[in-house]
Unconditional design. Structure first.
Lengths: 253, 144
């Protein structure tokens, strides 16, 4: 462990203690919220007002300002959950378990938003709400993986055992992530290929791209806020009988 | 790193490698079934099914769209820049259907070799730009 500087190692050890994590989250959340609101306002203003209309879709394309960042988040959060699952399994770190469990409902929400907004756009543009092509189907499987993590955690009484079970599920499900991402290149799909996350220049005009990236960063901040809040709640529930929770409640009463 | 942790880390690594391999083989095996549509080359080379419904994808060739009478019947040709397949469809076309755009049609090949579609979906491409940019791109392409 000598490769890690003492200060970094101290930070991790302290963050791993519940009351310290709780206080740290409390301190960060107002700042994160302020940044989130700024980014969201800029992204929405840029995307819905400043960005030009599309040469083919007119104004209907503007749903990408929700759809694409939500779809990116659905993949991003799942990868984070798998990493936290690996940390929880190898180092038995409680905070990794808590963050993993706290992330699942948020990821499920983003996946659901991506599927619904895609469907709403698909009807006028493609001419259908839903097709069973590789991209849409693998994204639907991702939603089921998230729901599986949530229900598996809820079904097991002992929360340490439950966390181990969902860590394994999160790791197993991670094979689906490259499948979702590359589905549009490996197979013929009705869903279009990548616009931004491909080699070379994004095939989207820069005035349309900037608000999209702003929205993507805003969504990341939203995730941080929501995950920290959920992790705080999870800690309180798990350690309801411990001394630091009692002191905290007395202070707030 | 403690040996027990190292062991667990290696175990997880092996599990991921195993899963990745299993997924790769499974997807390879089902490769054909995961294709949402056949290309026009598949039809020309006889890879597409003869007497059953399938989906055909391709680009609507510029200038190939005709409406022979006042009804809903539309005839056009699809291409993947290699082989062409004539298509007939009678019904309402989606908004994004236009010449030079990709579409996916579901239907059957008849004995004339014409693909008779019962459903036409527009396939959007990955390009987003304002109308002025599209116009100037078109102009510069014409000048060449």
């Amino acid at each position: 462990m000598s490769v890690i500087p003492a200060a970094v190692s101290r930070f991790f050890h302290r963050t791993a203690s519940s009351p310290h994590f709780y206080a740290l989250a409390d301190r960060f959340i107002p700042w994160l919220t302020a940044i989130f609101i700024l980014l969201l306002a800029a992204g929405l203003y840029g995307g819905l007002y400043l960005a030009p209309t599309d040469y083919q879709q007119g104004d209907s394309y503007r749903i990408i300002y929700i759809h694409v960042p939500a779809a990116w988040m659905s993949l991003f959060i799942y990868v984070l959950m798998a990493i936290m699952g690996a940390i929880a399994l190898v180092w038995h770190m409680k905070m990794a378990e808590v963050m993993l469990v706290a992330s699942a409902p948020i990821g499920a929400g983003f996946t659901f938003i991506a599927l619904v907004t895609g469907s709403l756009w698909g009807k006028p543009m493609w001419g259908t709400w839903w097709v069973w092509d590789a991209r849409l189907t693998s994204e639907l499987i991702l939603l089921f993986l998230y729901l599986g993590v949530i229900s598996l955690y809820g079904a097991i009484e002992d929360k340490r055992a439950a966390a181990r079970a969902v860590s394994i599920l999160a790791l197993v499900g991670v094979v689906n992530i490259p499948i979702i991402h590359y589905s549009v290149q490996w197979w013929n799909t009705l869903h279009q290929g990548p616009t931004v996350s491909k080699m070379g220049k994004p095939s989207i005009h820069v005035e349309m791209l900037v608000p999209l990236l702003l929205m993507a960063v805003a969504f990341k901040f939203y995730y941080l806020i929501a995950a920290l809040q959920a992790a705080k709640l999870e800690l309180l529930k798990r350690e309801a009988s411990s001394q630091w929770v009692k002191t905290l409640l007395e202070k707030q009463a | 790193m403690k040996p027990a942790r190292k062991q667990r880390l290696i175990l997880i690594g092996l599990m991921l490698v195993g899963l990745g391999l299993a997924a790769t083989f499974a997807l390879q095996a089902f490769n054909e079934n995961l294709m949402y549509f056949f290309s026009t080359t598949d039809v020309a080379t006889g890879k597409a099914p003869k007497n059953s419904l399938f989906r055909l994808g391709g680009m609507v060739i510029k200038g190939s769209v005709e409406r022979p009478d006042a009804g809903l019947l539309v005839k056009f040709k699809l291409s993947d820049f290699n082989k062409e397949v004539p298509v007939e469809y009678s019904g309402i076309l989606p908004d994004l259907f236009r010449e030079g755009q990709g579409i996916v049609a579901k239907g059957k090949l008849d004995e004339r070799g014409v693909f008779v579609a019962e459903e036409v979906l527009a396939k959007h491409d990955e390009n987003y730009m304002p109308p002025e940019v599209a116009d100037s791109l078109k102009k510069s392409a014409e000048q060449k």
